[in-house]
Design a protein. Sequence first.
Length: 131
Amino acid sequence: MNAKTNEIICTAVREGKVHDFRIWKESQVGIGKKIELLADKGYQGIKKLHKNSRIPFKKIKKTPLIKEQKKFNRQLAKERIIVEHVHRKLKIFRVLSSRYRNRRKRFGLRFNLIAGIYNYELYLASEKAIA
C-alpha cells in the first residue's frame, strides 16, 4: 500500500495457511530499490531480498533491547500503524476476519473487489474534502 495516500496498490493470495512473507517472495511483486518497505517481525530476512527495508528489532533470549533499539521500534510502529488501520478496514467485510466458506477460486477476485471498494471510498472522501 501507499503510505501517503493509504491506497492499496497490490494484493496477493494463496490457498491454505501460508505466511505473508512466503506469499510476498513467491508473488514476485516488483518493488523498486528506492521504495522503502516497512515490515513487521515476521519478515526476518527481507533485507537480503530488498535492501531498503526496515523491520523491528527482536529481543534475543535473556538479552533486553537497548534504548536506541526500543526507540527505533516505536518509530517504526508509528509509521506502520497506517497499514494496520487498512487491515482493520478490510476486515469489516469479514472475508479476511473469518473462515471463507465460498468457492476458493473466487477468493482472490473478491479480495481485489474489496480492495477496490476501499480505494474508491478513499477517493470519495478526498473529493468530499476538496469540495
